[in-house]
Ligand binder design. Sequence first.
Ligand code: PAF
Length: 286
Amino acid sequence: MTQRITTVQEMKDIVRALKKEQKQIGFVPTMGALHDGHLTMVKTSLKKNDITVVSVFVNPLQFGPNEDFDAYPRDIESDQEKLDALGTDYVFYPSVEEMYPKPLALSVKVNRMAEVLEGAKRPGHFDGVVTVVNKLFNIIRPDFAYFGKKDAQQLAIIERMVAEFNHSIEIIGVDTIREADGLAKSSRNVYLTVQERQEAVHLYQSLIKAQKRYDAGERNSAVLINVINEHLTKNTSGSVEDIAIYSYPELVEQPQITGQIFISLAVKFSKARLIDNIIIKGDNHD
Ligand code: PAF
């Protein structure tokens, strides 16, 4: 049975005792509504570590004023059942008041890496992510922490934060888990209408199409972006908000592709804005 911990003090006391026993701690931060993508990260952590802690916290700091903080799916009982079934040790489930008892006098500000892609569309989002992840890292003090590659920009920023703030934590990027038809698993998929759900398979299909053109030798980003745009416009009713090719993990725009890159896209459906990406190792990578 996964032990549910709701206060920072109790979580810190448990971690202190675990550290005394020299237990290796794996940590999977989440906002709940757990799906197979999260559960894959939990399983990866369970295999590698003595103890696995999962946090479930919908972090208000990373939502903009017109975003879905209130509507974000929350179901701790169902999350807990899934974690129990895997044999997870602890779920850290604090309230907003517990995490932010007073208005913050300080926060962490992400510079250039947050000014592009999702960060450009969602001002302040990555400042909120990095602030809460810092707090969670300080409370849980994990040896390994697991983040999905689906949020590739988040993963790159967290890796950079760990390096720049000298956290003694190794970040593990976990591959995107997809539905049988290729749609990336996401807590926001529940917002899709039946028709949009059918159309949503084209997000990944458009990326695969671009990957094929890349494999056939195309290195001009504008051409690949056009391939994706045409595919999405033809096959979905959503509005294509962003298609971009950036170096990874540096996150610099690449008009002409040389090294490792990621191709990312965002499509806005009636109630859900979905993102997806693929990372391509590039010519200079092994
Ligand atoms: O990826 C998420 O679910 C969130 O951004 C995270 C890392 C749990 C921080 O709130």
